[in-house]
Write a protein that binds this ligand. Structure first.
Ligand code: URA
Length: 211
């Protein structure tokens, strides 16, 4: 497994505004969108391309073209939905699958309540999107799910990670070379309620309100 922490002043700036409790929901959504696009640039560094012959107005040449089948972007509902537009902007031809997962706020265990994905992911590159890598429970379940369906490689794109969550993912799937985790920052710790500290609060609530 590879872990990439995207070290860039624009990412740091946007993340700081995102963390601020005074940042209202519309600005929060916009910032998540912008941040994801910056993270997606790093996350897609190994996206598959094929050689293609084209003709410019001046000459014939060869270039790169996204390979087929296209990658699949998989938001983990609900907060992952807030990252979908930013990811799709860079990968407009990607297909989109959905995984609905929720964690029990007492046991912090994740369960799957919805899934809309092809049964066979053999040969597919998958990009899982979920803003908060807290205990790691949800992400581990999602990664294992995609690998079990034959996904070739799985890149998880998260805004924030807790060291405890990253360690849990490393322990569960660290031996799988085809797994990558891309994050904007690794925070200090998890509190007793499973919140990332300093974090940004409940990402789903800040994106969509408390419903
Ligand atoms: N999920 C969130 O939305 N925030 C956290 O801090 C942890 C999990």
């Amino acid at each position: 497994m590879r872990t990439i922490v995207v070290d860039h002043p624009l990412v740091a700036h946007k993340l700081t505004v995102l963390r601020d409790e005074a940042t209202p929901s519309p600005t929060f959504r916009l910032l998540v969108d912008e941040l994801v696009t910056l993270l997606a640039y790093e996350a897609t560094r190994d996206v598959r391309v094929v050689d293609r012959e084209i003709r410019t107005p001046v000459a014939e040449t060869r270039g790169a073209h996204l390979a087929s089948p296209p990658p699949i972007v998989v938001p983990i509902l609900r907060a992952g939905l807030g990252m979908l537009d930013g990811m799709s902007r860079l990968l407009p031809k990607a297909e989109v699958g959905f995984l609905g997962m929720v964690r029990n706020e007492i046991t912090l265990e994740a369960t799957t309540y919805a899934n809309r994905l092809p049964d066979d992911l053999t040969g597919r590159q998958c990009f899982l999107i979920d803003p908060m890598l807290a205990t790691g429970g949800t992400l581990i379940m999602a990664i294992e799910y995609l690998l079990a369906k034959g996904a070739d490689d799985v890149t998880a794109v998260c805004l924030l990670a807790a060291p405890e969550g990253l360690a849990a993912v490393e322990e569960a799937v660290g031996h799988r070379a085809e797994v990558t985790v891309v994050v904007a920052a690794v925070d200090d710790h998890l509190d007793e309620h499973g919140y990332i500290v300093p974090g940004l609060g409940d990402a789903g609530d800040r994106l969509y309100g408390v419903v």
